[in-house]
Design a protein around this ligand. Structure first.
Ligand SMILES: NC(=O)C1=CN([C@@H]2O[C@H](COP(=O)(O)OP(=O)(O)OC[C@H]3O[C@@H](n4cnc5c(N)ncnc54)[C@H](OP(=O)(O)O)[C@@H]3O)[C@@H](O)[C@H]2O)[C@H](O)CC1
Ligand SMILES: [K+]
Length: 484
C-alpha cells in the first residue's frame, strides 16, 4: 500500500486525464468502489445520509448515492454547503438528476440516520474549516450513527496531522492510496478503521506501508552450508555502568534475530553483569575508549553505537573514527546529537524518537509530530542518512527521498529498553547482508509485530523490552515457514 500527498493525487489525476482516463471516469470508479465497500457494512433496511460538498469529494458522494438508490437503499443526498461547483461533480450531478433521484440542500436534523457518509471535503481541504462546516461536523459527531468518510474525514488535511474539529469516522475509505495524515496524530485518530480503494491509477509513490508480504518477500532463509561468518559480525558499542541493561537488550535482539557473531564493546562491569544472560556474545572491554586509537576488532560488518552510553566526549571520538571507515553504522540514543555527516560509501542510520529528533533539528516535538514524514524525509535527503523516526507509525526516510511507514506496534513499546532492542535488530539485519533499506524496514516491522503478538494475551502495561526478543523466534517461524 502506498502513501500520496495532496499534490501527487492532483498530479496523477491530471496525467490520467491527459492520457485518456478522465476525472469523470475516476469519480465513477471511486463512487462505485465505495458502493461495494458500503454494502459490506450497511444493510438495505438502514437509513443513510450522504453529505456532499461542492468539490470532487462531493462528486464521489453523488456517484455513491446513485448506486445506493439504484439498488434500493434508503438514501438521502444532501448538499449542506450548496450545490456542486467543480465541473466533474456537476456532470455527475446532472446525470444523477436525469435519473429522477432526489436531493436536499439542508440536513433534516429532526431525523436520525443509521449511517452518515462524509463526502464534504477531501484532499482539497484548506484549514481552518468555515463556521458552517464546523457546525455540520459537530452535528455529525453527536449523532448515534455509524460514520463513514470518503477519502479523508472532513476537517483533516491530506499532508499534515493538524486538526481543530473533524468528522470522527468509524471507517475511512481512502481513494487510490493513504494520505500522510492517516499516520500523523492527532489527525489519524479521526480516521477510524481505514482501507484503500483501488481506482485504477498507477503507483509511482516512493512511500509505502511495509506489509507482511513485504517482509516475507524479502526475508532470507539460511543456506544449508551457512557458517557464522555468513551472517556477519556486528560491533555493538553500548552500556555504561549506570545503564548496563541497554547493552544486554540490544545484544539479545541482535543474536535472537540471527546475527552470526556479536562483539559488545562495553565496560568490564557491564560485561560481568550481562555475560551470564548473553554468553553467545564476545566482549571487548572498554571498546569505546580503545576505538579512537584505531584498535579495532577485525571483520566487523556493521556497528551500532549509543544504547546506554552517557559519555558524550568518548562517543564523539569514537564516531569520528567510525567516519573514517565504510562500515554501516547505526547511531542510537547517546550517539544522537546535532551533527554533520561525512560522505561515506556505507549507510548511516539514525534512530531518534521525537524528543531526540527535536534535539537534532531544533524543531519542537509538536512540530515534528504533525509533519513526521516530510521532516524525516527532508533530513534524510539533506544529510544523506537513513532516518528511523520512532513513535506510533515509525517513519523510515531514505536519502533518495523514498520511505516506509510502519504500522505494527502499540503502546507497549513506549517503555525503557524498547529502543535498545530495535537498534540491536537493525544491526543484526544489516550484518546479515540485507540491503540497508530492507534491513531497517524489516527490523522496525518485526519489532512492532513482537509487541502486537504479546498484547494478544497480555496487558500492554506489563510487557518489558526483553520479552520482544524472546518471541522473535516463534514469530519469524510463523511468518516464514511457507517460504522455500
Ligand atoms: N485520484 C483520486 O484520488 C481521485 C479523487 N477524487 C476525489 O476528489 C477529491 C478531491 O477533490 P477536490 O475538488 O480537489 O477537493 P475537495 O472536494 O476536497 O474540496 C474542494 C472544495 O472544498 C471547499 N473547501 C476547502 N476547504 C474548505 C474549508 N476549510 N471550509 C469549507 N469549504 C472548504 C472548496 O471551496 P472553495 O470555496 O475554497 O472553492 C471546494 O469547493 C478527493 O478527496 C476524492 O474524494 C476524484 O473522485 C477523482 C480521483
Ligand atoms: K470526506
Amino acid at each position: 500500500m502506498y502513501v500520496y500527498q495532496e499534490e501527487e493525487i492532483h498530479q496523477l489525476d491530471k496525467i490520467a486525464a491527459s492520457n485518456g482516463l478522465s476525472t469523470n471516469a475516476l469519480m465513477e470508479t471511486s463512487g462505485r468502489s465505495l458502493y461495494f465497500e458500503l454494502t459490506r457494512l450497511v444493510s438495505i433496511r438502514q437509513s443513510i445520509l450522504i453529505l456532499a460538498g461542492k468539490g470532487n469529494n462531493g462528486g464521489d458522494a453523488i456517484v455513491l448515492a446513485r448506486y445506493l438508490l439504484q439498488n434500493g437503499y434508503q438514501t438521502e443526498l444532501v448538499f449542506p454547503m450548496g450545490l456542486p461547483k467543480s465541473e466533474v461533480a456537476k456532470e455527475h450531478f446532472r446525470y444523477y438528476q436525469s435519473l429522477g433521484f432526489p436531493y436536499l440542500e439542508e440536513i433534516p436534523k429532526k431525523q436520525t440516520y443509521d449511517v452518515i457518509i462524509d463526502g464534504l471535503l477531501g484532499v482539497g481541504t484548506k484549514l481552518p474549516l468555515n463556521d458552517t462546516m464546523m457546525k455540520i461536523v459537530s452535528w455529525c459527531n453527536n449523532q448515534p450513527s455509524l460514520r463513514i468518510a470518503i477519502d479523508l474525514p472532513t476537517g483533516v488535511v491530506a499532508n499534515f496531522g493538524e486538526v481543530e474539529t473533524a468528522f470522527q469516522a468509524d471507517y475511512t475509505f481512502s481513494l487510490h492510496g493513504y494520505k500522510p495524515s492517516a499516520f500523523l496524530l492527532p489527525a489519524s485518530a479521526f480516521y477510524g478503521k481505514s482501507k484503500v480503494l483501488d481506482i485504477g491509477l498507477p503507483h509511482p509513490s516512493q512511500w509505502k506501508i511495509w506489509s507482511e508480504a513485504d517482509f516475507t518477500n524479502t526475508w532470507k532463509t539460511r543456506n544449508k552450508d551457512a557458517h557464522k561468518g555468513t551472517f556477519g559480525t556486528g560491533l555493538l558499542l553500548a552500556g555504561s555502568d549506570e545503564m548496563p541493561g541497554s547493552a544486554l537488550l540490544a545484544g539479545l535482539a541482535s543474536m535472537k534475530i540471527g546475527i552470526g557473531k556479536l562483539i559488545i564493546g562495553t565496560t568490564p562491569f557491564v560485561a560481568s553483569i550481562i555475560a551470564s544472560r548473553l554468553p553467545e556474545a564476545t566482549y571487548w572491554f572498554n571498546g569505546l575508549n580503545k576505538l579512537p586509537n584505531g584498535d579495532w576488532p577485525v571483520g566487523v560488518k556493521g556497528i551500532a553505537i549509543g544504547p546506554g552510553l552517557t559519555d558524550t566526549l568518548l562517543v564523539e571520538e569514537a564516531i569520528k573514527k567510525i567516519w573514517e571507515t565504510n562500515i554501516p553504522v547505526i547511531l542510537d540514543a547517546g550517539a544522537l546529537q546535532k551533527r554533520e555527516y561525512p560522505k561515506r560509501n556505507a549507510p548511516t542510520i539514525i534512530t531518534p524518537h521525537p524528543g531526540e529528533f527535536s534535539r537534532i533539528t531544533g524543531l519542537t516535538t509538536a512540530e515534528i509530530q504533525k509533519n513526521r514524514l516530510k521532516l524525516a524525509s527532508d533530513y534524510a535527503q539533506e544529510h544523506q542518512v537513513i532516518v528511523v523516526l520512532k513513535g506510533a507509525n515509525t517513519v523510515i526516510a531514505f536519502p533518495d527521498g523514498s520511505g516506509v511507514i510502519n504500522i505494527t506496534g502499540n503502546p507497549a513499546l513506549a517503555k525503557g529498553g524498547s529502543g535498545d532492542t530495535l537498534a540491536g535488530m537493525i544491526l543484526a539485519l544489516l550484518c546479515m547482508g540485507e540491503n540497508p533499506k530492507i534491513a531497517v524496514a524489516n527490523a522496525v516491522y518485526l519489532h512492532g509485530l513482537c509487541a502486537d503478538e504479546l498484547v494478544k494475551t497480555r496487558n500492554e502495561n506489563t510487557i518489558v523490552a526483553s520479552e520482544l526478543s524472546n518471541i522473535l523466534g516463534e514469530l519469524i517461524y510463523t511468518l516464514t515457514h511457507n517460504i522455500s
